[in-house]
Structures are given as C-alpha cells and as structure tokens.
Write a protein that binds this ligand. Sequence first.
Ligand code: FCB
Length: 451
Amino acid sequence: MEIREPGDFEFGVATSAWQIEGDISGRGRCTWDDFSETLGKVIDGATGATACDHVNRLEEDLDLLAWLGVDAYRFSISWPRVMPLGTGALSESGLAFYDRLVDGLIARGIAPVATLYHWDLPSPLENNGGWVNRATAEAFAVYAESMAKHFEGRITRWATLNEPWCTAFLGYCSGYFAPGRTEPGASLEAAYNLILGHGLAVDRMRAVGATNVGIVLNLIPIVSESPSMDAVAAHVDGLQNRIFLDLLAGRGVSDEVRASCASITDWAFVRDADNAILGTPIDWMGVNYYTVMRVTEPKATGSGAVGQDSSMFPACPPMSFAPRGFLTQMGWEIIPEGIVEALRIAERGLPGVPLWICENGVAVDDVVDDSGVHDPIRTAYLADHINAVLDARRAGVDVRGYFAWSLMDNLEWSSGWTMQFGIVRVDPVSCERTPKDSAHWYRGQLLARKS
Ligand code: FCB
C-alpha cells in the first residue's frame, strides 16, 4: 500500500479546537459547551472540559507532528478562547496559547493552516440569534481581522469557515448539532449569513495583510438510486453543495434552490447587493470528503448513518439514505472514487480555484493489544483515497494537498468519544497518545518521499 508519486504535493493532518483542546476554564463559552452539557445531546455525555487535553499537552503534540513528518498542520482557532465574548476584548492568555502552537509548528518546519471557525460559536452571540442574525457575520469578520493582524507573517494560509453546511443545517434545521435549533426556514438564513461572514472576513483579513484566504466545504456526491428520486436528489444536492458554491461564486441563490425551499422561506433575507461580498474571490478552497449519499424511496427506519437523514435538509420531501456495503462506525459507506467526484463538484462550482483535501479519514474499531494499535482498514482507506486524489491531479484537477482527519482520536461532536478517527489513539480517560499502525504507515510514506 504505497502512495503513488507524491512529488511536491502537500501532506498534513487536521484537528479542530473544541474536539481536542479541553481547558474549558481558560476560555469563553461556546454553543458546543452549552449543547454538550445538556442531557441527551451528546451520545455518551462527553463535554469539551478535557477533550484530548491538548492545551496542556501542546509540546508533546507538536513533537508528535514533527515525528509524523507532515508538511502542514490544519487546526482551528477557538473564537471564544481568543475573544471570550465573541466581540470586544481579546484574551492575552488565549492568544499566547496559539502563539506557542504557531511558533512551535514553524520551529519544526511545519506550515500552520488555521481555520477561524470550526463550529464553536461564542455563547453570547448565539444568545443574540446566532448565525440567523446578520450581526454574527459582522462579528465574525471583526474577529477574523484581529487574528489576521495578530498572526501576520506567521500564519500564511487561512480558512474562514469549516463546513458551513453542518453549522447551518445540523445546527439550525435538524438540531443534531449545537445550538440544537429546529427551524428549517431560519437555517437557510444561517447558511446565507455564514457565507456573508466569510466574504466580509476575507476582505478585512486581506486589508491587514493576510495571504491565501479560503474556505472549507464538505462537498458530497449525491447519488439518485432510481429515476423516481432524481428530483429529491437534486433538492439534496442543492442544499448540500450548490447553495454554497453558488453564493461563493457570486451567483446568489439559484432559482432551483429558491423554488425547492419556497414552502419554508420567502428568502427575504437575500439582498442582491450582497453578491459581491458573498462572491469575494478566494485564493483556495478546501474540500472535506468522507463518503457519498445515496438517495432512495422513504423507508420506515432511518439509514443509521450519522448526518444522513432527511431532517438535515430543509424542506426535504420524503426520502431515505441508503449507504451500501461495509459501513464504518459512522454508518458511512467507503467509496474512494467519491473523493474525485467531490473535487470535480468543487471544480465545476468554482472554476480556477486551487483545491486542497482538508479532511478525509475513517472511524473504525481499532484493535489494541500489547504490540500496538492495529487499524488496517484505516490504512487502506487513507492509501486508497490519497491515490485517488493523486490520480485526479494527474488527470488535471488542480489539487495541491491532503490532510488526514484526524491527527488523533477526539470528541466527535454529538457522537462524543464513540467514534475513533485518529491515526493516533487517545485514551479517553488518561489522554495518553499512541500512534496507530496507520500513523506509522503515513510517517513511512512521508519519510520515503523525503529521502
Ligand atoms: C467533519 C468535521 C470534523 C469531524 C469529521 C469526522 O464533518 O469537520 O470536525 O467531525 O467530520
């Protein structure tokens, strides 16, 4: 299982703040704190209080990254750690933590790639309407600008948002994610305000010297399993992929998406004058890919797959998702060709923008014994997906790098500690780190490339 011709392609690993940092008392509160501390919202009752204890184990984790030999590390900045109330004063200790992280990466020759928003909205902003309030978009841009200023010259690649689909529709439509609201019409407004916040942020960041500013989307190939489901699949595709790409390209909300959601919103929040902000040109785009979604006739029981439920798509007609074959812990099908299709969706929707795979990985049961942590399925998954990406690159897709999700096992949102995505095992009690076989494999590939 070798990576074919890595060349000058960039390899990294990814994490996000709430999922790994812990040290909840060292920062302001966010929607995920409020949500996870509400009984029944996170499957095993896990909260962000300790997570992977990353804040206290920063040096160890930096050394782990250096040991792996990655070119780049994608992490997220916790908005409430650096700006505890979401607006106003910055936290010196919060900034100092990210200074240590960023300087530590640079000292080890690893490029920092920072995401500004990986779902941890400061609670005071949610109490003021959250992403359904346009003021949150403005607040995000102010926060983004202050980060660009603070890290100028040290962080030279930025993503504004991670997967706005999840924030908008899992957070405000199905309520499966924080803040747990079930307001389908408002969730469309949240999606719009997220991209507005992104556009405002890009402008303000560039004005203070930021370079390489982009966004990360979870683009998912939507497969209609029968002609009778084509229209429903188009509805799902419209909300999963096209609405975000259309807004980012400055095309506004398409007539198709407007019509297919007309029963739940009059779209009064859309302003033509916003198109230039929404469509602010970006320097790169990240694509997160895990699986495809197959749309079938409605069935009595759900697919059991995390994130694959019609309640997650506003105004969705009756339908079911039907993943095939071997299913991961998340209930997701493994289909490496899908990663190429996800890149093609990005290419078609926003032509001419360099692409990175910013997340890709798999949750499977690991075998832990005295000889190590054995995860052959994960190693095969990573190898197959990386090779599919490299084949696409040879076929002309402008994809420049790949980040495995995740550096380490972590708090998988509403699934708590029940899903293992890491290439490094984290003991949920002691937080001890143990590289899995897949980490040794990845490291071997990266070392071979450098020799
Ligand atoms: C993505 C998220 C990431 C992680 C993976 C499994 O949607 O961006 O934080 O939860 O899924």
